[in-house]
Structure formats: C-alpha cells, structure tokens
Design a protein around this ligand. Sequence first.
Ligand SMILES: NC(=O)c1ccc[n+]([C@@H]2O[C@H](COP(=O)([O-])OP(=O)(O)OC[C@H]3O[C@@H](n4cnc5c(N)ncnc54)[C@H](OP(=O)(O)O)[C@@H]3O)[C@@H](O)[C@H]2O)c1
Length: 276
Amino acid sequence: MVRKPRLALIGAGHMGLAMAKSWIKQGLVEKQGWLAIIDPNPSEAALALAKSLNIIITPILEKDQAKLLETLVLAVKPKLVGEVGNSIADRLPTNTLIISVAAGVTLNQLNGIFDPRPVIRAMPNMPASIGRGATVFVAGKHADAHDKKRAYDLLSASGIAEEVSEERALDAVTAVSGSGPAYVFLLAEAMAVAGMAEGLDPALARKLACETVAGAGELLRQRDCDPAILRAEVTSPGGTTAAAMDVLMGSGGFAEMMRRAVNSAARRSAQLGSQT
Ligand SMILES: NC(=O)c1ccc[n+]([C@@H]2O[C@H](COP(=O)([O-])OP(=O)(O)OC[C@H]3O[C@@H](n4cnc5c(N)ncnc54)[C@H](OP(=O)(O)O)[C@@H]3O)[C@@H](O)[C@H]2O)c1
C-alpha cells in the first residue's frame, strides 16, 4: 500500500527536527499518515537524526505529495516564510492546515500567503527537543475546532501547549518562553563565573551551577510551579540566601532587569512581525 504524505514539515533545523522527533516518539506520525520532511540543504546532524528516526529528508515537496497534505508545518527562518509559502501554496488543497512556528510572522501574513487555508501561528521553545517544550498558539480566521485539535496534538507532543485567543500575546510569549531558555542558560553561566570569583575550581563551579539550575527547575515543576513559595522556603531570615536576595531583589536587581529584558524581547518580536 502506498503511504500518503498527510503531514509535511518544511525546514529540518533545530526546531523542525525537535518537533518531528516528538511526533514520531508519540506515535502521531502513524496516526496522521506519512511524514514528509523538506529541506534542500539539510545539515549532517539533521541527516543523522533523520536516519536514526527512519525518515527521509527530501529537497522539495512533490506535486503528488502536496495535493494529499492535511497539515503543513513551517519551521524555516521567518524571512523565508513568504518565499517558501508562496512557492507551495497553490499546490495545496484548500483545507490543508498550515502551522507556522516562525517568530514574528503574523496570522495576517500567513493568511496573505495561504488563504483560504486555515493557519495557526505557534511559538515553541527549544526544550521541545527533549519533550519539555512550552508552546503557545493562536488560530487564524479559517481554523475550526478540528484544526485547533490537530495543531494541539502536534504541538503538545513536545511538551505543554496552550492556546491564546489574542495574537498580540504572542510577542510576550516569545519574550518569556521562546527566548526564555537563553535567560536560564545565562543564569547558570553567571552563577558559575561568580563561583569561580569566589575561588571555586572552574569545572566544579560550572557543574554546581548547572545542576542547581536543573534541579531547581525540576523542583518547580514537581511543586506546581509556585516560584515565590519555593523561594521563601529556601530563604531563612538573616541567612546566606537572604543576603543574596537583598542584592538580587533590590533596586535595579534581577527582577527589574528581567522586566526590561522581557520587554525588549517583546518589542523586538513585534518589530520583526512588522518587517517580515
Ligand atoms: N530555535 C528556537 O529556539 C526557536 C524557538 C521558537 C521558534 N523558532 C522558529 O523556528 C524556525 C526555525 O528555527 P531554527 O532555530 O530551527 O532554525 P534553523 O536551525 O536554521 O532551521 C531552519 C531550517 O530550514 C532550512 N531551510 C532553509 N531554506 C529552506 C527551504 N527553502 N525549504 C526548506 N527548508 C529550508 C534551513 O537550511 P539552511 O541551514 O541550509 O538554510 C534550516 O535547516 C524559525 O522561524 C524560528 O523563528 C525557533
């Protein structure tokens, strides 16, 4: 029996392959039909991962495949969405669901390329590569309940997925969870450097910082994500943690810097949306 390409992913990069891996792991590809991964110039790492997953990366989506597509996931860089989308849109059935994870590419822009097909704009994050992602999505005007369910199933395969009704929330989402892993990596980096400045061996400082961030993250997850309560639990009045908190929570400290950083990322997301 010929397997039908019901689901196609365009862009075998970090995010695209992280999602494809989770679809296969969760058995969604079998449910949805064959998975076609399209990338004209896949990296060695992409080819190796594809091989380990027993899937093929092809340079273009053939006409015969395109007309059978139920869902197309776009995971190319934002500046390529227009070019890639326009090259394929006419060949897709009018009910093919388009899911874009491109940062800053708006529903309006996606509708401009794919109308009258239903479109969904999603913002995942990199922990999706280990099944611990956080994705938020917003549905375009032609997407019905069935389309949203299909998008939810695909996006939640790599972690949590939440739908929002207002597209403008996506800029804040991009700034909190999309870019967020980098803030946490910076925290670990800064803790390690600070540990070295206090005389710790560099390798030990890095190990302690990484394990502390990872362990605290896991604790947060297991304790229903209530960071303020957990922080209070580990901060005895007058103790060592309190001494650090006085610095971190003081004027111009961590909370204030995070507020400025997230605001800057959200503004950049909105700006990218108006440029792409
Ligand atoms: N990485 C994240 O943490 C993250 C988080 C949220 C959203 N996103 C979004 O996910 C998208 C992909 O990001 P990424 O980090 O995965 O980037 P990436 O690693 O560069 O992946 C993009 C892939 O698309 C390929 N490509 C280029 N032109 C193509 C074409 N015409 N047809 C098919 N594939 C093509 C690229 O190949 P070449 O390398 O040869 O150009 C690359 O393999 C972006 O829009 C980004 O905004 C990423």
